[in-house]
Design a protein around this ligand. Structure first.
Ligand code: 13P
Ligand code: SF4
Length: 329
């Protein structure tokens, strides 16, 4: 696509904002898509929701709302748009559909999955419930709608401890992230029965690497996502959801910070915190990175890749998400 004067006029202010993270040559490829997508989403009354792990040209260039998975679920239930484009992974698009069943929810690449979500099926949960009768099931939102349909209440990394405590029981089945389960167990007295799921991005970090970065960067603040292994959390100054990590940087303005999470986080947060130096060993999520501007434009033009679910699954799964939203962050 060519950069006309009109495209340049529209996209220049956005580039001014993100120029510290996107080279000019790369921007020349993004700008025509950013212009077209922004124009088309208005014409079609579509809203673009983006997870914090999306690349800066999506996060800063076209999204109407960017957030952690909890806030995306809440926003999906409130939007007045006719079409929701989810720039994130499949479980996030499904969750948006659960919260807005009458809207058209589109995912620009249907192959954008998640290692946590694919670690467990609805049948696995039914078997666990037989094994532990009467024990409530708390599932991370990083699960399929089939798993959510078998779940009492969902949670995200932003509210997992609060949700588990709110049940006022001695024991819960907590699925599917074994590391998040360990993190929750460290913050509560409730006995946690966990599942062996892991995030393929966060499980790659280790405390040896974290401690070395700390040694080489005196005064650095190291902040980690709770999907990281327990030794990484222990070696960090703070653990929180993606939005919790963003808030930490905004509020504390550390001189140097390392975000122990997906790579786009540092790029996106750098834009709004120019005085903070980001130390960047990070890991890419191959699923999140499947979402690109050309795929978003194509999906919006054709209204393709719609999330379709049967009404019974929608109803059952929505209850577990709604219970979570009621309890809050
Ligand atoms: P949060 O945005 O809820 O912290 O989740 C992170 C994640 O794993 C999304 O893939
Ligand atoms: Fe799933 Fe991990 Fe990627 Fe998040 S970062 S979508 S948890 S694989």
């Amino acid at each position: 696509m060519e950069i006309s004067a009109e495209i340049k006029k529209f996209t220049d202010p956005i580039y001014k904002k993100v120029s510290s993270t996107i080279p000019e040559m790369e921007w020349a490829m993004h700008a025509p898509y950013i212009y077209k997508i922004n124009k088309l989403k208005k014409e079609k009354n579509a809203v673009i929701l983006a997870h914090n792990y999306q690349t800066p040209e999506i996060y800063h260039g076209i999204s109407d709302f960017s957030a952690d998975s909890l806030a995306l679920a809440v926003e999906a239930s409130k939007t007045k748009a006719d079409i929701i484009i989810m720039c994130g992974v499949h479980f996030m698009a499904e969750t948006a559909k659960l919260m807005s069943p009458n809207k058209k929810v589109l995912l620009p690449d249907m192959r954008a999955g998640c290692s946590l979500s694919s670690s467990i099926t609805g049948e696995d949960v039914r078997n666990l419930k037989k094994q532990y009768p009467g024990v409530p099931v708390v599932s991370y939102v990083n699960t399929s709608a089939d798993v959510k349909a078998e779940t009492d209440v969902c949670c995200t990394s932003a509210n997992a401890v609060k949700i588990v405590n709110s049940l006022k029981v001695n024991k819960v089945i907590f699925l599917p992230d074994d590391y998040l389960a360990k993190y929750v167990a460290s913050q509560t007295n409730v006995e946690i029965i966990s599942w062996k799921g892991t995030c393929e991005v966060h499980e790659q970090f280790n405390d040896v690497e974290i401690n070395e970065i700390r040694r080489n960067n005196p005064g650095i603040k190291i902040i980690a996502h709770p999907e990281c292994p327990p030794d990484v959390i222990k070696a960090s100054d703070f653990a929180g959801s993606t939005s919790g990590m963003i808030k930490y940087v905004k509020d504390n303005q550390p001189e140097k910070v390392m975000m122990v999470t997906e790579c786009s986080m540092s790029d996106n947060v750098q834009v709004d915190n120019p005085n903070v130096k980001f130390i960047r060993p990070c890991n890419l999520c191959p699923h999140m990175k499947k979402i690109t501007l050309p795929k978003i434009l194509d999906c919006l033009e054709k209204e393709s890749n719609e999330i379709i679910m049967d009404n019974i699954t929608i109803e059952k799964a929505r209850n577990s998400v709604e219970r979570m939203v009621k309890i809050g962050r």
